[in-house]
Design a protein around this ligand. Structure first.
Ligand code: KG4
Ligand code: ZN
Length: 410
């Protein structure tokens, strides 16, 4: 089957086309098309994501990205008649209604999408939460309109489930195309999700069954990286900037552990599995306020100390949580997993825990993308979940929900 997937929860507009083939118990995922437009350059001057600007950009980008993706997948074909008169008026009315609040998108949709032949896709997976609601709505409305136009089912997909699902893709080296197999998970599994909006430890007792066992009480880890970067005068998004400086400091100062800029390890000894990152950010702020001249050398040292401190906290909490839950698999997900120090530390952790299977997504799959939504959408589709285009909504605070039988819509 082929799934078209759409992601617009934050400042990345992304569309992909994935093919799923089942052979016995093996599932092969082939990326037929994958497009992404990152809005970071647009949001940089605001020092963070500006929701209404994100919404406007998604509206402009979704149609061109979908067309590019269809072309990559060789599924792009214009209608011969070049007009929309062969669409039944009722469907057209419904589509206009779905897109009535999306000016840019509505215009591009009528001009470009309605003049295409229906591509051979089987379903449309779309992120309906969590994330920035105005941004999510653009993707949801677009997916609903496509579903109506092409008569294919909708799969409402949870963004965080996407971060988990993509970590299970393992590259098939024997294929010419970009193909992956989906790793079989030994349950119970524990997922550490670290992104710009979330920091959670999630226990997965079986496929699709989630229990949040720990979470941040204040800032998400990615948010802390971004805020500390800002305090240090570095551009948005701060995670990659901090990471670059910290790596450089490790080369310049192999013994930098004895730095005068040491930072606290918040909640490292707490008995629960919760986190707190706002205190460490304030500690950096106070530290910087006392420095008369913030030189590039000091920036480097503080970036490294911050990265070391938060890495130690997440490693320690995750290790305790693995022991307590008896998890057999550790899954990492979210944009902060792009961090080389954090990746390496988890790889070292599982070397002393040989019974734990570690699943880390490849770096290009860590930050937001549509492949993760397609893979999570596939699992939902297989469990019978379908969205109703008249009731599907964007839900900014959507929680990871259990896809148990009682929740299936179809
Ligand atoms: O998952 P994601 O793309 O978006 C959300 O769902 O939030 O995560 C974005 C977050 C940002 O806070 C960004 O600074 C952080 O991931 N990030 C990093 C790195 N690359 C991205 N944090 C630390 N080190 C990195 N290399
Ligand atoms: Zn994300």
């Amino acid at each position: 089957m082929i799934i078209l997937s759409i992601e617009t929860s934050c400042d990345e507009t992304a569309v992909s086309l994935l093919q799923f083939e089942v052979q016995g118990s093996d599932i092969t995922v082939t990326i037929l098309g994958n497009t992404l437009f990152s809005q970071v350059d647009i949001h940089r001057e605001y020092g963070g994501v500006f929701p209404m600007l994100a919404k406007r950009e998604h509206g402009k980008n979704l149609v061109p990205l979908t067309i590019q993706c269809l072309k990559e997948a060789d599924l792009y074909q214009k209608k011969l008649s070049q007009n929309i008169t062969d669409l039944d008026p009722n469907s057209l009315n419904e589509i206009n209604k779905i897109l009535e609040r999306e000016n840019n998108l509505s215009e591009l949709f009528c001009k470009e999408i309605t003049t295409l032949e229906k591509p051979t896709i089987d379903a449309i997976a779309v992120t309906h939460g969590p994330g920035l609601e105005p941004a999510l709505w653009v993707g949801v409305s677009f997916a609903k309109a496509l579903s109506k136009l092409w008569g294919v089912p909708l799969i409402p997909t949870n963004h965080m489930e996407g971060h988990i699902a993509v970590a299970l893709l393992e590259e098939k080296t024997d294929e010419k195309t970009t193909s992956f197999s989906i790793k079989k998970v030994a349950y119970p599994a524990l997922a550490l999700l670290i992104s710009g909006g979330h920091t959670e430890l999630v226990l997965i007792t079986e496929e699709g069954k989630y229990q949040i066992v720990g979470q941040t009480r204040d800032d998400a880890l990615g948010e802390a990286f971004d805020k500390v970067a800002r305090i240090l005068g570095l551009p948005y998004p701060g995670g990659p900037e901090i990471s670059k400086l910290a790596d450089a400091d490790r080369i310049h100062r192999p013994n930098g552990e004895n730095s005068q800029y040491k930072l606290p390890r918040p909640m490292i000894y707490s008995k629960d599995f919760d986190f707190s990152f706002s205190g460490i950010k304030t500690a950096v702020l106070y530290m910087v306020q006392k420095i008369s001249l913030l030189t590039p050398d000091i920036q480097m040292q503080i970036a490294r100390q911050f990265e070391d401190a938060v890495t130690e906290v997440i490693i320690s909490k995750t290790k305790k949580c693995l022991e307590r839950t008896g998890a057999k698999t550790l899954i990492l997900g979210g944009g902060v997993v792009a961090n080389t120090r954090i990746r390496k530390s988890f790889e070292e952790l599982v070397q002393v825990l040989p019974d734990i299977q570690l699943q880390i997504p490849r770096i290009s799959h860590t930050t937001d993308n549509a492949i993760m939504i397609g893979v999570a959408g596939y699992h939902r589709y297989i469990s019978g979940i379908r969205g109703d285009s008249s009731t599907l909504r964007a839900e900014g605070c959507l929680k990871l929900s259990n896809t148990t039988a009682s929740q299936k819509l179809a």
